[in-house]
Design a binder for this molecule. Structure first.
Ligand code: ZN
Length: 93
């Protein structure tokens, strides 16, 4: 059983989350005409034995997307963070 410590909800079983893929892949710009870059983005994936940054969504909780750094050999989780950057604070007027 994998337990993910959601920054919003606390530790939860992985059954509450949905795997969202490799978090290290960078999407090409939407107007990038490089076919090879789009091919790599859509189809080419690594299968690392060791530390792996992954997207997970807490679908049965806060619904936030997270970046989980997980060891694929042991399933131990080194870190969990929100995938989105926090909104900038508005200055007090
Ligand atoms: Zn959550």
């Amino acid at each position: 059983m994998l337990r993910i410590d959601c920054p919003c909800c606390g530790p939860r079983d992985h059954d509450e989350f949905r795997y969202g893929g490799d978090a290290s892949i960078i999407r090409p710009a939407h107007d990038d005409p490089d076919f090879e870059a789009w091919y790599r983005y859509v189809f080419v994936r690594r299968n690392p034995a060791g530390s792996h940054r992954e997207h997970w969504q807490h679908v049965l909780g806060c619904r936030q997307w997270l970046i989980v750094e997980r060891d694929t050999r042991t399933h131990s989780i080194a870190s969990v963070a929100l995938a989105r950057k926090p909104a900038p604070r508005k200055s007090a007027q």
